[in-house]
Design a protein. Structure first.
Length: 475
């Protein structure tokens, strides 16, 4: 999950924690909120609802915002806060940014004084499954049913891209999370590099191997990826699995169904990616690279392809040479037996925002989100960070940079063939620390075979399914 995301996107895994080398504060501690009755801990009084104030914001109440300072930076949020101040000039807005969301905010959750709005992303993203199951979040249905900033005849929910509302639901109708960015995941490459060498983006895996072989002869690696954070691999691997075996394969994985990882499509996809390692098509040293180091090697022309999300254009802009032609491609297919067509893509909401249940000014937090989902703030975000927002549209009149333009074209090509794996939202530790680091990372480094990796992933999934302490979710 910017980035988020996504997990979400782009959440940097704490490998030491995953391997049990250090103690990490338990998210269950978030449920231990204080019950202080001091005036400072009480919610502010609601304001009077009106056409201009549909959520009943207290016009003079302070607003407390914490933003994840990642690939999207924080300026877009500051700009939206400036719009909030225009609407509520008596309100003081406290803005903070950090890359350490959990360690920064856990003491505030424990003390019953969390911020009013949080961009819950990055390395220390708080686990959503835990937050929801421990009743730590405000239901955002009121926001979604409020009129949009641009067109009062439309509800906010009716202005959002397909699937965004559903992503914020974990169990039933309440919506706990609002994903602000809209991320296109896939295989990213330099259009100019391919054109200069008279190569075409490969639509089949045989063609992928041919392009990688040709690149190797010229001293260019076929692929690189963040080896220290190998949960980036699913950004192209999961839609590859869906293309081979159909979207239901991913749904079974999300649902923690027995033997879901043993589906032939999973094994075929793992074997294909493993072949990249076996044939020497992975950039040397990749297992030790961070996401920034891998992206820098890629923009520096050391590798053709990298699995990533659409935040990469902004995150890597300082190292991207002029004329690079940053482009996202849908995963190559395996062969003619694939269940889904070429162009099948993973696209979903990213950069998750939440309003804590014990926030002092939840109405203000939701109002800021309403402003952010207006066309002015949405276009400002896209202009600044080269990413789409969850507002459906909002790019009219903008000159899109190459990567974002290719992402919109990829979305158009995919049509209805868009998948959205939920395992990264529902089971953060399983997806990142276990499947990402301890399974896929090991396989792509050559320390585990595809058969062993399938077995390891299934073992991790079964353990999660049997763990009564982990709340379960299903499609």
């Amino acid at each position: 999950m910017g980035s988020t995301s996504e997990y979400g996107r782009r959440d940097v895994i704490r490998r030491a924690a995953a391997l049990g080398l250090i103690a990490v504060p338990s998210m269950s501690a978030l449920s231990a909120c204080a019950t202080s009755e001091s005036d400072g801990d009480k919610p502010v009084d609601k304001g009077e609802k009106s056409e201009k104030n549909p959520l009943g914001v207290n016009a003079g109440a302070p607003l407390d915002v914490v933003i994840f300072d990642g690939g999207f930076g924080e300026q877009y949020a500051k700009d939206a806060e400036a719009e909030y101040r225009k609407a509520y000039p008596k309100a003081k807005v406290a803005h903070a940014s950090t890359q350490k969301i959990q360690s920064t905010l856990q003491p505030r959750f424990n003390g019953g004084t969390p911020p009013d709005l949080i961009d819950n992303s990055g390395a220390e993203q708080m686990d959503f499954g835990t937050l929801v199951s421990k009743n730590q979040l405000t239901d955002l249905t009121e926001l979604l049913d409020a009129p949009s900033v641009d067109d009062p005849s439309k509800k906010v929910r009716d202005t959002l891209r397909p699937g965004v509302v559903e992503m914020g639901q974990f169990d039933g109708k309440p919506v706990w999370i609002l994903y602000y960015a809209y991320t296109v995941y896939g295989v990213w490459y330099s259009r100019s590099t391919l054109e200069k060498n008279d190569w075409e983006y490969p639509e089949t895996w045989d063609d992928m191997l041919k392009v990688c072989a040709a690149a190797k002869k010229k001293g260019i690696a076929g692929w690189t990826y963040p080896g220290k954070y190998p949960y980036y691999l699913p950004f192209s691997l999961y839609p590859f699995i869906a293309k081979i075996g159909g979207a239901d394969v991913l749904k079974a994985i999300d649902n923690l169904e027995p033997n879901a990882w043993k589906h032939p499509a999973v094994k075929a996809a793992f074997e294909a990616y493993y072949e990249l390692h076996q044939k020497g098509y992975i950039l040397k040293g990749t297992p030790g690279l961070t996401h920034i180091e891998a992206q820098t090697a890629w923009t520096g022309g050391k590798a053709l392809f990298i699995p990533n999300g659409s935040w990469v254009e902004n995150e890597a802009k300082k190292t991207t040479p002029k004329g690079f032609g940053m482009t996202v491609g849908a995963p190559s297919g395996l062969d003619s037996s694939d269940r889904m067509p070429f162009g099948t893509l993973w696209a979903s909401g990213g950069e998750p925002f939440v309003v804590p249940r014990s926030a002092k000014n939840p109405q203000g937090g939701m109002e800021l989100l309403r402003i952010m989902l207006g066309e002015k703030s949405s276009k400002n975000f896209t202009r600044q960070v080269s990413s789409l927002t969850s507002l459906n549209g909002g790019t009219e009149g903008l000159t899109l940079p190459p990567g974002l333009k290719s992402a919109t074209e990829a979305l158009d090509k995919a049509g209805e063939n868009i998948v959205n794996p939920r395992i990264q939202d529902w089971y953060v530790a399983l997806q990142k620390e276990k499947i990402g680091v301890a399974a896929l990372g090991e396989m792509m480094a050559g320390r585990m075979t595809p058969v062993e990796c399938v077995a390891k992933c299934q073992k991790f999934a079964d353990e999660t399914a049997k763990d009564d302490a982990v709340k379960k979710y299903r499609h």
